[in-house]
Design a protein around this ligand. Structure first.
Ligand code: 1CP
Length: 344
């Protein structure tokens, strides 16, 4: 279908656009009262994710309310372990918990490489969202990076250190690779399914990249992200690896168009290290707690540093639930206005 607003796709391919496109990680979520209303109707997070009509509604909300240049399908990275056979529960306040985590090689018997059909509810939500968007903006599909998914499957919950997951890398590297390979294949099947269902571009979230050493990152994460990127060539790809400042040089030769930056990564330095890539990011989400004037200044400063091409505006990580929607809107509007003025 013809897209009325294809700024994101054009920018991802490095083409010149009339202004810098913008979308935000976690743009669908608790910052919007409209989201909270649907969430209450669904009662719990998983029902929301598994009911295509409701998932579609919250996916489209930020396009209507915030005016972002893309929608991202409402789901979670943890649907992959569940499809592989490891059920998760989303506990209020605490976050995701796996009652039955992977503890040893014996537990591999409990899981399998999942195919896209096992996540048909996400694919249905993508098809419905595409219909609902009716070509207004592109739809972003996504998955977690194998290392980040591995971390949750081993740890069984969120963690500051993920020391159980890291312990596996040090004590059972062969088993770790076996599990990472299963996750990688499941993720490839899933992303191919999302693209067939209508995703226009995909993002891989490596949220726990920053807890590995550079050598470990190469061996246990980048290797598998690379495998995924090499077999997905239907749409542009964004790789966002939180905290992986040490991997920017290798990222430059990854088979993807866009690299996401967090706010710790200096913009100019990142340009030097990754001349082949379009860059996405990278305002600290906490900057949106500031005054309207401060937010406008921060947005302009960010755009000045990135320049007018090869940039997709975003935050350096997801929005926090207590950030005011009007402040988010101020950031988005400033990026749109100032981005356009930069080209004149
Ligand atoms: O109802 C709620 O508000 C629960 C909060 C919530 C939401 C809105 C969770 C629980 N997941 C989501 C949706 C979600 N998760 C999206 C939706 C699309 C959008 O961005 O608008 C996406 C892309 C994710 C991806 C995700 N889930 C990541 C990667 C991105 C990141 O933040 O680093 C991770 C690590 C998760 C796991 C997860 N899901 C939810 C929580 C609270 C967590 C983190 C748990 C932890 O602290 O380890």
């Amino acid at each position: 279908m013809h897209l009325q607003n294809d700024l994101l796709l054009k920018a991802a391919k490095g083409e010149i656009t009339k202004r810098t496109p913008i979308w935000l990680m976690r743009q669908a979520g608790r910052i919007l009262p409209e989201y909270r209303a649907v969430r209450e109707k669904a009662r719990d997070f998983k029902t929301l994710v598994k009911t295509p009509e409701l998932a579609t509604e919250v996916t489209v909300q930020p396009v209507d309310i915030l005016g972002v240049d893309a929608a991202i399908i409402f789901s979670d990275i943890l649907v992959i372990p569940e499809a592989m056979g490891l059920n998760y529960e989303m506990e209020e306040k605490r976050g995701p918990v796996f009652p039955d985590r992977i503890k040893s090689i014996d537990d591999l018997k409990k899981i399998h490489v999942s195919n896209a059909d096992e996540l048909s509810y996400v694919l249905d939500a993508i098809r419905l969202t595409k219909r609902e968007l009716n070509g207004r903006v592109p739809l972003i599909g996504f998955a977690g990076a194998p290392w980040t998914i591995f971390s949750y499957m081993i740890e069984g919950k969120g963690s500051k250190t993920f020391s159980e997951a890291k312990k596996m890398l040090y004590t059972q590297p062969a088993f770790s690779h076996q599990l990472l390979e299963m996750i990688t294949q499941s993720t490839i099947n899933y992303l191919k399914g999302q693209i067939s269902a209508g995703a226009d571009i995909i993002q891989i979230f490596d949220s726990w990249a920053g807890i590995l050493s550079p050598d470990q990152y190469q061996e246990f994460s980048l290797k598998y992200i690379s495998k995924i990127c090499d077999v997905i060539n239907e749409v542009p790809k964004i790789v966002f690896a939180k905290g992986a400042f040490f991997a920017r040089e290798p990222f430059n030769s990854l088979n993807c168009e866009v690299i996401g930056l967090d706010w710790n990564m200096d913009i100019k330095e990142s340009r030097k290290l990754m001349p082949n890539k379009v860059l996405q990011g990278n305002l600290d989400p906490c900057a949106l707690y500031g005054s309207y004037d401060d937010i406008k200044n921060e947005a302009r400063k960010m755009l000045d540093a990135f320049g007018s091409t090869k940039h997709i505006a975003n935050l350096g990580h997801g929005l926090y639930p207590d950030i005011e929607a009007d402040k988010v809107k101020c950031f988005i509007d400033t990026v749109k206005e100032y981005g356009e003025s930069l080209r004149r």
